[in-house]
Write a protein that binds this ligand. Sequence first.
Ligand SMILES: C[S@@+](CC[C@H](N)C(=O)[O-])C[C@H]1O[C@@H](n2cnc3c(N)ncnc32)[C@H](O)[C@@H]1O
Length: 308
Amino acid sequence: MNTHAQSIYLDPRLGQMHQVMLGDRTRLEAYDKALARDVRPGDVVVDVGAGCLALTLLALRHGAGHVYAIEGDPATARIAGAILADNGIADRVTIVEGDARTVSLPRRADVLVSEMLGNIGPEEEMGEILAICAERHLKAGGAIIPQRLTTVINAIRFDGESWGVWSDDLAGYSLAAARPFLGSSAQLHFFARPPELLSETTALAAIDLGQPPGALPEHRDIDIIRPGRLDALALAFEADFGDGIRLSNFPGYPGCNWAVFIWPLASSQVAAGDVLRVSIRPGAWVRDALSWQIDCGIRRSTQRDLQP
Ligand SMILES: C[S@@+](CC[C@H](N)C(=O)[O-])C[C@H]1O[C@@H](n2cnc3c(N)ncnc32)[C@H](O)[C@@H]1O
């Protein structure tokens, strides 16, 4: 068989994207637990953004009678079709190729499941897409997996990685003079080790999935709870599936396929009691997290202890 002949149909980057998602076992475990809880034998399930059918297959395992697997990307839908045929489950799964916001389905679902979680939560437009899908395709009282998507933020110090390397000494010398040449734009980062947290994890914005998302808050105040060198803000998501089932990319875990969004700051010493006022706004292309913008100001506490 000429395996290369098949590759002309698929952008290799697309395959790699699904590969890392399928390799993220913690992600699949969270969905598996929620599907085990919500799917009843014979249920109709809609998988929104079905990709290579990971969630569809989990739903079948938990007794779904039929799954409508909606996939907007034609090349990915074609792969899904091949997986379906290979497993002999074409009678239990219908692949619906098209934008989930506009496709029609022949019946309503008992369960709507989706994984369109962005690095910071909302940038894959999961809130908007699921609100439309719930209204058009979910039975009254049907379940949505996951239930809530929150963008969380931490004030952090880096040691020896990412933006923090410019503050660390190298052989007793400083690299800080390089900073003005580098600018401070958003970065996506996989941590080599957990950073030092200078704040509690704070919710910046949240969406109840299935409901139209509200506007982003104008700002949030983040309390500094311990003194230290503030290098950056770290933004990530938390998906809440109910009953204690949750998924987050911060802190990361082995195999985590989401990077953390880093907003570098001019490093400075902060003290417990200082407050950061942060606002976030979508960039020109909402799906590109790196185009999102953060504004951050600091209010210094009058009684400051800068000793770490
Ligand atoms: C993060 S992947 C998840 C794939 C799969 N559900 C999984 O968990 O492995 C999101 C998928 O949603 C698809 N997608 C994104 N926006 C969509 C839309 N508006 N309508 C249909 N599919 C969409 C993408 O093409 C991609 O395959």
